[in-house]
Design a protein around this ligand. Structure first.
Ligand SMILES: NC(=O)c1ccc[n+]([C@@H]2O[C@H](COP(=O)([O-])OP(=O)(O)OC[C@H]3O[C@@H](n4cnc5c(N)ncnc54)[C@H](O)[C@@H]3O)[C@@H](O)[C@H]2O)c1
Length: 442
């Protein structure tokens, strides 16, 4: 569903009117398309320790980024990247301000601010306070940036996934990820031989692939080189076949909530694949009602589809020989699972439950040949699910993020594809929000 308001304020007349009366001015976001350079302009690099580590410069230069160590006179920059891993006291944060203040003024549309920090580790109180302060700086700065620019934070505990994370966060693939921290730990995170096809040779399965976010995920995983099994309900068969044809994949009719689903899935994998590398738990339903009016079947069906199915399928896979080593599992949560939402106690339960599931399963997946499991929490995404909302509610919801617009299914799919990639092996048990920094709740 197209965002007419966004199109209007990006016309000459609309832009003039919106700025005169102080209306939101969502920008057309820089989204990835094949062949794009990682950044459409230079990146300025800084460090709170003085010298920028050569490893960082090397990664960026290798990725084709023009790296500058100071701001160019009168020229715009596409990204400002600051290594703040040396921050050890509140006084050290001043160096960050000194770097960021002129840099954000020079940032072009859809620019990127990336802060690299170390996570609080329960050592010195002053050090932890200063490290955690980075989170507040990035989240607040993200709310100040305009014209589609974003700010995000990488807690770099280990550099195994640094290149993969930098490539995701600087590119148009992270267009709708804003104000978010991601922690990079040690892990098996091999860089692909071809960064345009990081999933080459991988077999992926996406549940709920017949439409919306699931269809977009199938498309992006296939674009990145995976062979995709598109799974959905039998009644979605026609739409499912279209998606599978489009992405060069295959279909599997599977009701994830049925008791036989785990066995049917394993049988299918055994018969048609050399094991599964990527599993995306995307199938989900809403049955919204205030708690006071909630019927048992509305409660039970949402719990069964959105949460219990994931638990049972994961258990079956881990107990089988059908899940390959260095597998990637990505579970669809929602910002509702973080902040709650009126009329969604059942849905909120499942989406928060998915976060619990992911955190509690991380060790088991790491123990399965260095596999990972993570969650993506989309905010307001334009799909058939959200098209059911009343017009006024939808229009308001679209503007309630730092990027002042809804996300597109492809934005969620890009996040899923990154977490599914070999290079993201250092990210495990985490939740990545793809929500344009939703201003409601969390
Ligand atoms: N759209 C949003 O704004 C948004 C926000 C946060 C989270 N999410 C989550 O993203 C996921 C996809 O959302 P969407 O907006 O694309 O939804 P959608 O309703 O457009 O599509 C969901 C798909 O899942 C399938 N499905 C439903 N029950 C199933 C079952 N039992 N077995 C197999 N497939 C089943 C449906 O047939 C459909 O194809 C869901 O988990 C949803 O909760 C969506």
């Amino acid at each position: 569903m197209s965002d007419r308001y966004l199109n209007l304020v990006n016309s000459q007349l609309g832009s003039a009117v919106a700025s005169r009366v102080g209306l939101p001015q969502p920008a057309v976001l820089r989204r990835y398309s094949a062949g794009d350079p990682l950044l459409p302009g230079p990146a300025v690099l800084g460090s709170t320790a003085g010298a920028v580590p050569t490893a960082l410069t090397t990664i960026l230069t290798k990725a084709g980024v023009e790296v500058l160590d100071s701001l160019p006179d009168g020229q715009k920059i596409a990204a400002a990247i600051v290594d703040a891993r040396s921050v050890a006291s509140p006084g050290d944060l001043g160096a960050l301000r000194e770097f960021l203040q002129p840099a954000v003024k020079a940032l072009q549309a859809s620019g990127r601010v990336l802060v690299l920090g170390r996570a609080a580790d329960g050592g010195s109180i002053a050090v932890d306070a200063a490290r955690q302060a980075l989170d507040g700086i990035v989240r607040s700065l993200a709310k100040e940036l305009r014209r589609g620019a974003t700010a995000n934070l990488l807690w770099v505990e280990d550099e195994a996934s640094l290149e993969s994370a930098l490539r995701f966060f600087l590119s148009g693939k992270s267009a709708y990820v804003d104000g978010q921290p991601v922690r990079l730990d040690a892990g098996q995170a091999p860089n692909p031989s071809d960064w345009d096809h990081p999933l080459a040779g991988k077999t992926a399965l996406v549940t709920g692939a017949a439409r919306g976010i699931g269809a977009a995920i199938a498309g992006v995983l296939a674009r990145d080189g995976a062979q995709v099994i598109c799974a959905d309900l039998t009644q979605a068969g026609e739409a499912l076949a279209k998606v599978a044809n489009r992405v060069g994949g295959t279909t599997l009719h599977l009701d994830v909530a049925s008791t036989e689903a785990p066995k049917r899935l394993l049988d299918h994998l055994a018969a048609h694949t050399d094991g599964l590398d990527i599993l995306i738990h995307n199938a989900g339903i809403t049955r919204d009602k205030l708690m006071a009016n909630m019927k048992p079947e509305q409660w039970d069906s949402v719990i069964a589809v959105n949460l219990e199915s994931q638990l049972r399928i994961n258990d079956a896979l881990l107990g089988s020989d059908q899940l390959n080593e260095q597998a990637r599992v990505v579970c669809l949560s929602s910002t509702t699972g973080l902040s709650g939402n009126r009329g969604q106690t059942n849905y909120g339960a499942t989406k928060a439950g998915v976060i619990g599931l992911v955190r509690a399963s991380a060790a088991a997946f790491a123990g399965h040949g260095a596999s990972t499991i993570n969650a993506i929490a989309p905010g307001f995404i334009d799909t058939e699910m959200t098209a059911k909302m009343p017009l006024a509610t939808r229009e308001v919801a679209r503007r309630l993020s730092s990027l002042q617009q809804a996300g597109l299914p492809v934005d969620v799919a890009e996040g899923v594809a990154w977490l599914s990639s070999p290079g993201a092996g250092g990210v495990n048990g985490q939740v990545l929000r793809v929500c344009g920094q939703n201003l409601v709740g969390a």
